[in-house]
Design a protein around this ligand. Structure first.
Ligand code: ZN
Length: 123
């Protein structure tokens, strides 16, 4: 049985996120790192540090942004922060050109797919 990390949303923890287990993706030690800080705080910190894989090598085709997006946390992806976005069917996002902000890379390419985002409104 797999568990999802409540910090980085890695979906394949082999153990529950508790009891001093450490997430191999974000490195959170449950029961220690999350004692004084919320999972949202830890997630923001992980993302601000580049959202890198923590332990050894990541799984093949692992993508931190796809992982966040798949769990409904696309709004925490740095270039989407402050935007209200809407996930459409099949996890594909469309773009409303009226709302584009200049430097936002609203499309990024994953190894297996290209993502698009709907920007419903800017902050
Ligand atoms: Zn994690």
């Amino acid at each position: 049985m797999n568990f999802r990390c409540p910090v980085c949303m890695y979906p394949a923890l082999p153990y529950p996120p508790s009891d001093y287990h450490i997430c191999p993706c974000c490195g959170t030690e449950f029961g220690n790192d999350d004692e004084m800080r919320t999972h949202a705080d830890l997630r923001r910190e992980w993302i601000n540090n580049g959202a890198h894989w923590f332990f050894n090598n990541p799984p093949r085709n692992w993508n931190q942004w796809g992982q966040l997006e798949a769990a409904g946390y696309a709004s925490e992806i740095p270039w989407l922060r402050g935007l209200t976005i809407k996930q459409t069917a099949e996890s594909v996002y469309n773009i409303d050109p009226k709302s584009l902000i200049q430097s936002a890379p609203l499309v990024y390419t994953h190894k297996e797919h290209t993502r698009f985002y709907t920007v419903l409104q800017t902050a």
